[in-house]
Design a protein around this ligand. Structure first.
Ligand code: SF4
Ligand code: SF4
Length: 225
């Protein structure tokens, strides 16, 4: 995916959560992005706020959102009521942008004109502009009711700015004796036959049912994003 496509996917969600680290704790808050270009995805806040200070000091951020704000739960028959939609998340590296850089970008970037407006109305915005210049993430498209396809998940990982990502899900090793128990028990249709059997990453929920059912411990745990 391009930076533009990633940005637009986040924009379609709108309200996001962003997390930074402060003294070994994770701090989260509600936010939204403020534009993009080939250098990355932009965000801003007042530089006096803990959020702004943590971005400047830590240069790391994690952002996530869901495209549907209905409460996820069970319907009156006790069946999971999980509307079709997607989650999106991003782990990024952040760089501070000084006022001169923001004003320069605003000459050609409409979204950055609003950043200049904010600088001129809120003085603490002058040092509160940042760009996520490198990142990796995932779109977790779910259709648990199978309304649009015959499998529940379609997971699409992406990276930009030189970042890379690990594949989704566990790995079936050569210890596999091809008994078929993992395939039989995977409700996500995320395993295919072969020598050895293998996981289809895009469909896998990393639920671990295959690991629990494998009689010869042939399946290795997944790696983080
Ligand atoms: S972790 Fe779950 S979803 Fe993924 S292949 Fe195993 S059983 Fe299927
Ligand atoms: S359950 Fe284990 S041994 Fe059986 S097919 Fe799956 S990976 Fe291979």
């Amino acid at each position: 995916m391009t930076i533009k496509e990633i940005y637009e996917k986040f924009e379609s969600v709108g309200v996001l959560t962003a997390s930074t680290i402060h003294e070994g704790e994770v701090h989260s808050r509600i936010m939204h992005f403020n534009g993009w270009d080939d250098d990355g995805i932009y965000l801003r806040t007042m530089s006096n706020k803990p959020y702004g200070r943590q971005l400047k000091e830590g240069e790391k951020i994690t952002v996530c959102g869901i495209d549907d704000n209905r409460v996820l739960g069970h319907n009156e028959d006790g069946v999971p009521d999980f509307p079709r939609g997607f989650f999106i998340r991003l782990i990024g590296e952040v760089k501070y942008l000084d006022e001169a850089a923001v004003r320069e970008k605003a000459k050609t970037n409409e979204a950055m004109k609003l950043a200049v407006y904010d600088i001129e109305h809120y003085p603490m915005m002058a040092e509160g502009n940042f760009v996520i210049h490198k990142g990796r993430g995932e779109i977790y498209d779910h259709d648990f009711g199978l309304t649009t396809r015959d499998h529940k998940l379609l997971r699409n990982r992406f990276a930009f700015g030189g970042a890379t990502f690990n594949k989704v899900g566990p790995t079936i090793t050569d210890k596999c004796i091809e008994c078929g128990l993992c395939l039989k028990n995977c409700t996500f249709k995320a395993i295919k036959e072969g020598t050895p059997y293998s996981v289809i990453p895009e469909r896998c929920d990393d639920c671990g049912t295959c690991i629990a059912n494998c009689p010869v411990d042939a399946i290795e745990l997944s790696k983080p994003l």
